[in-house]
Design a protein around this ligand. Structure first.
Ligand code: NAP
Length: 416
C-alpha cells in the first residue's frame, strides 16, 4: 500500500490497474482531484455534482467514483509549505487517472508553471483537445457545426523544451561562437538562442496515440500538421516519422494520402484510416474553409498550441474547451482556461471546460454511457439558454445563471 506524507488514501474504492496494456477499472475507482486556485473550487464543486449524477444515472447506482483530494497551488502552499508537493505527483502516478482545476502561474518568476512541471514529471507527452460545437453557442463563423476535431499536440519537445539562452549571456555567446567556428553558421552577436529538438521517440509515441484514438473510435483520418517545407529536419521529420509509424504499426488499417491515388483511385477503402499531412499555414486556412475534412490532428508542440486555440475560437471560444495531458497510461484531465482570479468564489463562471474534461475522463475509463449523458444534457441546457454570464452576454438578451445553477440545469436534463 502506498504511503503519503500528509494524505490519507480513501478507505473504500480501488486503484486503477493496468493489465495487457489496458486500464482495469472496477465499479468504484479512486480518482484523485485537485481543486485548483481562483475559480477552481467553484467549477470543481459544480462539475463533481454533474459527473456523480451522470455515473449514478447511467449505471443505476452500481458504479461510483471515489474522490481523493490532492493539493497543488495555494491550498498546497498552506498545507505543505510548497506549491507542488511530492505527495501530489506520486498520487497521480499511482492512481493513474486524475483531474484538476486551473492553477496560478506567477508572471516573471517565482516558480515554473505547475502545469508544465506536472506534465514533465509525469511524462504526459500528449496534450489532447477535442473541439466540437454545441448548438446555440454564438460563434464567429457561419458553420461552426462543421468543426469536430481532436487535436493531439506533442507536449515535451520543440521550442517548448525550455532550452534557451538570453542575449548577451556567456552561454549565448559561446553557442554563437561554436556555431560560427565549427559549422560556419553566422548568427548576429546580439541574439538570444533557442533550441528546437524533435525526436523520433517523441514523434512516434504521439502519432501512435493519435492513430490508436482514431482506430478505437472509428474516425476517418489522422492529419500530420508541420512546417516541414522550411524546417526540414524537425518539422519535416515529424511528418516523415509519422507516416513511417503509420506504415510500420498500423499498415493494415491505414492508407497514406499518396497511396489513395496511386493504389485506390482516390476511393478510400472501407474501414481504413486516411493518413494525410498539411503544412501548418495551409492548415489554418483549411480548418476555416474545409473544416469537415479533418478529424484527428497530430502536431508538434508550437503548431499544436496555436491550432488548438484557433479551432476553439471557431466553436465559440475557450470557455467550453476541455483538455487532457496523457502519457503511456497516466492521464491528467484539466480545464483549459486559467484561474480567472477576479471571479473567485463568486459562483459565476462557466464550469463547462472542466465538466467536458471530466467527460473525456469518463471515456478514458470506458464509462461511455455516463459521458454521453453529460454531453447530451449540456447541449440541451445550452439550447434552453440556461448559461453562465460569458455565454449569456454573447447570446444577447439572456439572463445569466450561476456556476452551480448551470450544473443543476445539466443534471435536470439528463435522460436515462
Ligand atoms: P484566465 O484565468 O483564463 O482568464 C481570462 C479571462 O477568460 C477571464 O477574465 C474571463 O473573461 C475568461 N474566463 C476564464 N475562465 C472562464 C470561465 N470558466 N468562465 C467564463 N469566463 C472565463 O486567464 P489569465 O487571466 O490570463 O490567467 C489567470 C491565471 O491562470 C494565471 O496565473 C495563469 O498562469 C493561470 N492559468 C492556468 C492555466 C491552467 O492551470 N491550466 C491555464 C491558463 C492560465 P472575462 O473577464 O471577459 O469575463
Amino acid at each position: 500500500m502506498i504511503q503519503f506524507d500528509k494524505l490519507q488514501t480513501p478507505a473504500k474504492g480501488d486503484k486503477i490497474k493496468i493489465s495487457e496494456e489496458k486500464l482495469v477499472v472496477t465499479d468504484t475507482p479512486i480518482i484523485p482531484f485537485i481543486e485548483g486556485d481562483g475559480i477552481g473550487p467553484d467549477i470543481m464543486r459544480a462539475s463533481k455534482r454533474v459527473w456523480d449524477a451522470a455515473v449514478e444515472k447511467a449505471y443505476g447506482g452500481k458504479r461510483r467514483i471515489i474522490w481523493f483530494e490532492l493539493f497543488a497551488g495555494d491550498k498546497a502552499a498552506e498545507k505543505y509549505g510548497e506549491v507542488l508537493p511530492e505527495d501530489t505527483v506520486r498520487a497521480i502516478e499511482h492512481f493513474i487517472v486524475a483531474i484538476k482545476g486551473p492553477l496560478t502561474t506567477p508572471v516573471g518568476g517565482g516558480y515554473r508553471s505547475l502545469n508544465v512541471t506536472m506534465r514533465q514529471r509525469l511524462n504526459l507527452y500528449a496534450c489532447v483537445r477535442p473541439v466540437k460545437y454545441f448548438e446555440g453557442v454564438p460563434s464567429p463563423v457561419v458553420h461552426p457545426e462543421r468543426m469536430n476535431v481532436v487535436i493531439f499536440r506533442e507536449n515535451t519537445e520543440d521550442v517548448y523544451a525550455g532550452i534557451e539562452w538570453k542575449e548577451g549571456t556567456d552561454e549565448a555567446r559561446k553557442l554563437i561562437a561554436l556555431l560560427g567556428d565549427q559549422f560556419g553558421v553566422s548568427i548576429r552577436e546580439d541574439s538570444g538562442i533557442g533550441i528546437k529538438p524533435i525526436s523520433i521517440t517523441g514523434t512516434k509515441r504521439l502519432v501512435r496515440k493519435a492513430i490508436q484514438y482514431a482506430l478505437d473510435r472509428k474516425l476517418p483520418s489522422v492529419t500530420l500538421v508541420h512546417k516541414g517545407n522550411i524546417m526540414k529536419f524537425t518539422e519535416g521529420a515529424f511528418r516523415d516519422w509519422g507516416y513511417e509509424l503509420a506504415r510500420e504499426e498500423f499498415g493494415d488499417v491505414t492508407v497514406a494520402e499518396q497511396e489513395l491515388w496511386e493504389r485506390h483511385d482516390g476511393q478510400m477503402p472501407a474501414g481504413k484510416i486516411l493518413i494525410k499531412d498539411r503544412i501548418a499555414d495551409s492548415m489554418f486556412q483549411q480548418v476555416l474553409t474545409r473544416t469537415d475534412e479533418y478529424s484527428v490532428v497530430a502536431l508538434p508542440n508550437l503548431n499544436g498550441d496555436y491550432l488548438s486555440d484557433a479551432c476553439a475560437a471557431q466553436i465559440g471560444g475557450l470557455g467550453l474547451a476541455p483538455g487532457a495531458n496523457i502519457g503511456d497510461y497516466v492521464a491528467l484531465f484539466e480545464a483549459t482556461h486559467g484561474t480567472a482570479p477576479k471571479y473567485a468564489g463568486m459562483d459565476k463562471v462557466n464550469p463547462g471546460s472542466l465538466i467536458l474534461s471530466g467527460v473525456m475522463m469518463l471515456e478514458y475509463l470506458g464509462w461511455q454511457e455516463a459521458a454521453d449523458l453529460i454531453n447530451e444534457a449540456m447541449g440541451l441546457a445550452i439550447k434552453q439558454k440556461k448559461v453562465t454570464y460569458d455565454l449569456a452576454r454573447l447570446m444577447g438578451d439572456v439572463p445569466p445563471i450561476k456556476t452551480s445553477e448551470f450544473g443543476s440545469a445539466i443534471i435536470e436534463n439528463m435522460k436515462t
